[in-house]
Design a protein around this ligand. Structure first.
Ligand SMILES: Nc1ncnc2c1ncn2[C@@H]1O[C@H](COP(=O)(O)OP(=O)(O)OP(=O)(O)O)[C@@H](O)[C@H]1O
Length: 210
């Protein structure tokens, strides 16, 4: 297991001169930090800052370090951060296997074998040639998770990743996602409105306020 860690130092984000959020956090390998708070409290803004997509209207100061590397001003694609959203957003023009191969580092050894193993891990052995449109919501969510992990991120941001799933599936996906993130030793930041998500993540919880 690799030991990735993410640090947020003296982050302060303001909008029109008003401070929206201030945060210091250290997320160790396999830790999941949950961020909660009312609508408009800045949860998506925090993720956008970390991922490198923050809109120009915001003034941000502070630093983010990933594995000791200052990523604060790096372009999004050089940060090594993986994202998991509410919608699985699989590429419709690629097969399930094509989706899984998409973000794999160029130097990855034996890609077909790794794709096959990944499909087995999520109970979708033999689904490699399928069109993603023919998968159920739960199956798409599992493929999106594996595509993320196969891209070998150094940290993961999750934005309400389970909110579109029904209760039963939600429970199942929580288990799968959190177990996989822990096993991969990835520091993760979870944004959610759901207390059960936070409890299941098992880490610290931060509440953003206005
Ligand atoms: N591009 C933008 N330009 C100006 N203001 C913005 C922009 N994006 C968001 N805001 C404002 O920034 C504040 C924080 O928004 P943000 O989306 O981070 O909240 P949130 O906690 O994620 O809310 P929700 O739970 O509803 O998703 C809000 O007041 C919002 O109106």
């Amino acid at each position: 297991m690799t030991h990735h860690h993410l640090e947020i130092d003296s982050l302060r984000i303001a909008l029109d001169g008003n401070v929206l959020l201030e945060l210091d956090a250290h997320i160790g390998p396999g830790e999941i930090l949950t961020v909660m708070g009312p609508s408009g409290s800045g949860k998506s803004t925090l993720l956008a800052w970390l991922a490198g997509f923050l809109a120009g209207d915001f003034e941000a100061s502070g630093h983010a370090h990933l594995d000791g590397r200052d990523i604060t001003h790096l372009p999004a694609e050089q940060r090594g951060i993986g994202l998991l959203f509410q919608d699985p957003l699989l590429f419709p023009h690629l097969s399930v296997a094509g989706n899984l191969r998409f973000g794999m580092p160029r130097a990855t050894r034996d890609k077909p074998r790794q794709v096959e193993t990944a499909l087995e891990q999520i109970g979708l052995a033999g689904f490699g040639d399928r069109d993603p449109a023919t998968l159920s919501g739960g199956q798409k969510a599992r493929v999106a998770l594996m595509r993320l992990l196969l891209s070998r991120p150094c940290a993961v941001l999750l934005d309400e990743p389970f909110s579109k799933l029904d209760t039963h599936l939600r429970q199942e996906m929580r288990q799968l996602v959190f177990t996989q993130l822990r096993q991969a030793g990835l520091p993760s930041l979870l944004v959610t409105h759901d207390r059960d998500d936070a409890a299941s993540a098992g880490g610290k919880v931060i509440e953003l306020t206005h």
